[in-house]
Write a protein that binds this ligand. Structure first.
Ligand SMILES: Nc1ncnc2c1ncn2[C@@H]1O[C@H](COP(=O)(O)OP(=O)(O)OP(=O)(O)O)[C@@H](O)[C@H]1O
Length: 813
């Protein structure tokens, strides 16, 4: 059992405004305890009353200031917890802090850069790396991802549902068994055998969380998310299984409502915007008070789920995320106070071991059989039926190994079965008789030989030497044949790999054309590149994931032309587009690096092959030389062979280093692709929301939509006059004036693409003119049809055209 208080760490979010510096300081004492001092000058003009203290000091295990990188956060905070989980203890890391203080950034990571990945992806990477290294145990890993919003649990990984809102996800409920163990009904567990599979699950859950988020439920702010890694390990042959759970928790924002106007109990109850955080605090207070017997875990779903992590069987770590800007000081102080209380909670982590029931049954069955046999012997009820073939065979094997065992203490264990004991006696008797017969024969032969001329000693030695030499030759030749057999096996595997990869490649699409993983790329034409890459973790998973994400998000993959055009413009002007483009560039670079590494791996492989051949040749020559000169071993070390061997070692270590780099690159590529997928889904989601809003507001404002006219289908001959048509250059207006109406609407539905500074310069006049001329047009001929799809296209056209015009106006200015 490991007794440990909850470890508390603080992380300060980088401040946008540098002048905020000087309002806090971080110190480290001789016991390496870190303390954070928050200064609140009395004349603070930020509006809240501060007539008591000017300085607040809080202790933490360690405080990470604004410039702390994600890597150090993982190394110092998460790695020790991951290590204890690998050893079989439960672990929890939770982030607590006000909205926007960096909880999600710390737990999951930033959405832009690979280097920004947070504790979850890094921990997954570390865990799978360790599992790969340890072949002494059999591990299984499962993942679950739970979101708690408004006291309801939702399964973020359910494969059967396409989430478009939170309620679409399966509801998770809590069940408690008589031993007060918590079970989560409807929370799916997914096996992940590799880091990639686990990462895919993380991104799937995050995407579901984002899709299900509505403006009322700003998911990341108002809900708690618990990503859990369930790890099981067992030594081969042992019936003991160890289970450990690692919860990585991103809590809801911890803001409190303004205290003014609320008092007494009501104040306590209403302090939190999110009530379950209030219950969390109640649990923490109860746990930190010495003689409290009742801990109110059951008050909320979150405290029930995290019951073990708080004062139970778990190694728990809290990260207090702080946004130390003047306006956030009150929240930051309350986060620190919360952390100080948490630090008083003692947990007792034990190894979660249990006996595998299946193995236990087998063990007990054997014990029963043994006991029955013993009983039969003791009561004289011997079994009389003959031993079966299999039993006899097994017995013979036991006797042979008993006889061969040089240990005088060894025993022959045949169990309490008289039939077997009798069989053994028969066997020994037969052996004894045979031995006596041979002995007699030899003694008579020796007498006969003694009469003949004795063999010369010299001749005997010569024969012995010859025998030894032949033995050596045989062992060398069998070594060589082993090498040849291995080479053959490898070649066979290589061709199978190549075949397998090329089959997969045929079915794949979606990687950049110059990707080394594409069938027609120069790299892929080389079988050995394919083979080298096929040994690296499978890159194809990316594409399965991509389509899976699309399917899961329930996003419309098909858009009408108009919507598409509007989407393109929306995308182009969206802030995230820069990130997507940047990541595309990085991805391209990584692909070419992977391609180069693949080629280098192939070169190294073929060099290794050549060197091995050369060594084998050399060896054969040496053996032949030894035979011809009648030497058992060559007298001098073979320098040439040594040189070849050291070259081989060099090439092998180069191969290993390149391979490791290729593997890391593959993980990075995976991650970047997941980030891009997520960004794309987000973009599409935002577009849908914006589109729906704008279409509604246009229809509400438009007089034409208020009249019944627009509900009538347009007469066919009128359509060319009302609608804008698409030319080979793009969209163009008809000459009837309806374009102006389009423009007018477009200006209303679209945020102006012209940056505001332009309106102040000389260029603003032409734009104003354009707008004026537009606004003078009548609104009566708005070309809406009442059919939502057609109207959508019209609106898209308006937007696209408006954007082109604005661009032109910007260009000409
Ligand atoms: N240490 C950091 N370095 C760089 N950027 C950060 C850091 N911490 C937070 N950010 C950025 O600040 C913004 C808010 O952070 P984040 O979403 O993680 O806050 P949060 O506490 O999870 O908020 P919420 O309660 O709404 O979920 C994000 O854009 C994030 O990228």
């Amino acid at each position: 059992m490991v007794k440990q208080t909850i470890q508390i760490f603080a992380r300060v979010k980088p401040s946008v405004r540098k002048q905020q510096q000087g309002i806090y300081s971080i110190d480290e004492d001789e016991k390496l305890t870190h303390s954070l001092e928050i200064l609140l000058p009395r004349d603070l003009a930020d509006g809240f009353v501060n007539n008591k203290r000017e300085s607040y000091r809080f202790k933490f295990q360690r405080i990470f200031d604004q410039d702390a990188k994600q890597e150090i956060i993982f190394e110092i905070i998460a790695k020790p917890v991951a290590e204890s989980v690998l050893a079989g203890y439960n672990g929890t890391i939770f982030a607590y802090g006000q909205t926007g203080s960096g909880k999600t950034f710390t737990i999951t990571g930033g959405a832009e850069r690979y280097s920004d990945r947070g504790i979850i992806p890094r921990t997954l990477s570390y865990i799978f790396e360790q599992l790969q290294k340890d072949s002494s145990k059999i591990y299984t890993t499962h993942i679950s991802y739970l979101e708690i919003y408004n006291e309801c649990g939702y399964d973020l990984l359910d494969p059967r549902h396409e989430a478009s809102k939170l309620e679409d996800l399966p509801k998770v409920t809590i069940l408690e068994d008589p031993d007060q163990n918590i079970h989560l009904k409807n929370l799916s567990l997914h096996q992940a055998t590799t880091e990639e599979e686990a990462l895919n699950l993380l991104f799937l859950g995050d995407t579901n969380r984002m899709i299900a988020e509505t403006p009322m439920n700003q998911a990341s702010t108002r809900s708690h998310c618990i990503f859990t890694v369930h790890l099981t390990n067992k030594e081969p042959g042992s019936a003991t299984v160890r289970h450990a759970k690692l919860h990585l928790v991103d809590l809801a924002g911890s803001e409190r409502v303004s205290k003014t106007g609320v008092g007494g109990l009501l104040l306590t109850e209403a302090k939190y915007i999110n009530l379950s955080l209030h219950y969390l605090e109640q649990v923490i207070i109860a746990l930190s008070e010495k003689h409290r017997t009742h801990i109110p875990y059951r008050n909320s779903m979150m405290t029930s789920v995290l019951r073990d992590s708080l004062g139970g069987n778990c190694m728990t770590t809290m990260i207090a995320t702080l946004s130390l800007e003047r306006r956030n000081m009150e929240e930051s102080i309350s986060t620190c106070r919360f952390a100080q209380r948490v630090a008083l909670i003692k947990n007792e982590a034990v190894l979660n071991e249990e006996i595998d029931p299946r193995l236990m049954i087998i063990r007990l069955q054997k014990e029963i059989a043994d006991l029955k046999a013993e009983l039969a012997m003791a009561t004289g009820e011997w079994r009389t039926e003959a031993l079966t073939e299999a039993e006899l065979h097994q017995l013979e094997k036991l006797i042979v190994s008993f006889l061969e065992d040089q240990d005088p203490e060894s025993r022959l264990e045949v169990g309490a079965d008289m039939r077997k004991i009798h069989h053994c006696f028969h066997h020994f008797k037969k052996l004894l008789n045979d031995k006596n017969t041979i002995k007699n024969a030899i003694s008579s032969e020796t007498t006969h030989q003694e009469c003949q001329e004795p063999l010369k000693n010299e001749e005997l030695t010569k024969l012995r030497d010859l025998l030894k030499q032949r033995d050596n030759e045989i062992s060398i030749l069998s070594g060589i044949s082993d090498i040849l057999v291995n080479m053959l096996k490898k070649e066979k595997k290589k061709s199978q790999d190549a075949l397998h990869l090329s089959n997969m490649e045929k079915n794949e699409t979606g990687l950049p054309e110059n990707s080394p993983f594409m069938p027609n790329s120069p790299a892929a034409q080389s079988t050995s590149v394919s083979s080298a890459l096929s040994q690296a973790p499978d890159l194809n998973i990316c594409r399965h994931r991509s389509s899976l994400l699309h399917k899961k998000t329930g996003m419309r993959e098909e858009m009408s032309l108009g919507r598409q055009e509007a989407f393109e413009i929306f995308k182009r002007d969206h802030a995230d587009n820069v990130t997507i483009d940047d990541n595309k560039q990085i991805l391209k670079q990584r692909f070419s690096e992977a391609k180069a590494l693949g080629e280098s791996i192939n070169e190294t492989r073929s060099k290794i092959g050549q060197l091995k051949d050369a060594i084998t040749q050399r060896h054969l020559q040496q053996v032949a030389l030894g035979i011809s000169e009648n030497m058992v071993t060559p007298s001098m070390p073979d320098l040439e062979e040594e040189k070849l061997r050291s070259q081989l070692e060099e090439e092998k270590s180069r191969y290993k280093a390149t391979f490791v780099r290729l593997k890391a690159l593959k993980v990075e590529i995976e991650h970047l692709q997941l980030l891009m997928d997520k960004a794309k889904v987000k973009l599409q989601k935002e577009f849908e929301v914006w589109w729906a809003e704008e279409a509604t507001s246009l229809q509400v404002n438009s007089p034409a939509t208020n009249s019944q006219e627009h509900l009538k289908p347009f007469p066919q001959q009128d359509q060319p006059q009302l609608l804008c048509k698409k030319s080979s250059q793009g969209w163009e207006a008809d000459r009837t004036g309806s374009l102006d109406v389009c423009d007018r609407n477009a200006r209303r539905i679209l945020p102006s693409p012209c940056p505001s500074q332009h309106s102040q310069g000389p260029s603003s006049s032409s734009r104003t003119q354009l707008q004026d001329s537009i606004s003078e047009r009548p609104m009566s001929s708005i070309p809406l049809t009442g059919d939502s799809q057609t109207d959508s296209d019209i609106l898209a056209f308006i937007k696209a055209r408006q954007s082109v015009l604005q661009k032109k106006c910007l260009g000409s200015n």
